[in-house]
Ligand binder design. Structure first.
Ligand code: BTN
Length: 249
């Protein structure tokens, strides 16, 4: 594999409840080399954000977790890791489909549909990251979805092609590795710039709702701590944490 950190070791798990749970228990019990990937063929209880389930048909998609040790990052900068991972997935997908974007904070969309979800779980010790488990569910060959809750779509549905999972995993890990190495090198300006440019619905006017009101606004970027910046028609800029705002139309 042409990666320098991510994917030097890939552990294949035939059947596992959740690769994030598995990776986390491995990190607790053993020393896990940075970049190790735990890949599930069948994931029986995949977890999404906010305690949601992650739907993935057996053997059809990529469901895996990467163990990282981003101890070079300050806790306040943790969203940079999410940005780097999103950019790697975006770069991989752009080879196959158009209209890829990042729906803040870290869903990957093609058009108006979600193709990939990311669940990052960090362990912090003495004010630094001791480890980070980056769980990725990327829909590749699944033809239909039972639940339409996250508005799912797969590469197969978009292109009509069936993909070799081993080959696409390799390509994907190479792209994530590229951006993770940029982060290690401190190339933060470039990561921030690219991430903002890829934001879903960037600069287009929509209706937003927060706990106080509903208004017309447009996403203009993300601040230093990863909050979404939405400008109202009056010019006022609101900054939100995850789940503090929803966008309607
Ligand atoms: C989301 O809700 O968008 C996040 C979905 C993350 C799913 C992946 S699949 C591999 C890893 N293991 C899990 O249990 N969840 C993540």
């Amino acid at each position: 594999m042409k990666t320098s950190v991510i994917g030097r070791t890939v552990v294949l798990l035939e059947r596992v409840a959740s690769t994030n749970n598995y990776a986390t228990s491995q990190v607790r019990e053993n020393e896990v080399e940075e970049g190790t990937v735990f890949l599930a063929v069948n994931q029986t209880s995949g977890r999404g954000q906010q305690s949601n389930r992650w739907e993935s048909e057996d053997g059809k998609n990529l469901t895996f977790s990467i163990v990282l040790h981003p101890d070079f990052l300050e806790i306040k900068d943790q969203f940079l890791l999410s940005k780097a991972v999103c950019l790697g997935i975006d770069a991989f997908l752009r080879k196959y489909v158009d209209q890829v974007s990042i729906k803040w904070p870290n869903d990957i969309y093609v058009g108006n549909k979600k193709i990939c979800g990311i669940l990052i779980e960090n362990a912090i010790m003495n004010g630094r990251f001791s480890s980070s488990v980056v769980g990725i569910g990327l829909n590749i060959n699944q033809a239909t979805f039972v639940s339409d809750a996250p508005n799912p779509v797969s590469l197969f549905q978009l292109t009509g092609q069936t993909f070799d999972l081993k080959a696409v995993l390799q390509e994907l890990l190479e792209q994530i590795d590229r951006y993770y190495c940029q982060l290690i090198d401190g190339n933060v300006g470039e990561i921030n710039r690219l991430f903002e440019a890829k934001l879903f619905r960037l600069n287009s006017w929509h209706t937003f709702r927060d706990e106080n009101h509903e208004y017309r606004g447009r996403i203009i970027g993300v601040n230093e701590i990863g909050q979404l910046k939405v400008e109202e028609e009056s010019g006022l800029v609101n900054e939100y944490h995850f789940k503090e705002v929803s966008y309607l139309i």
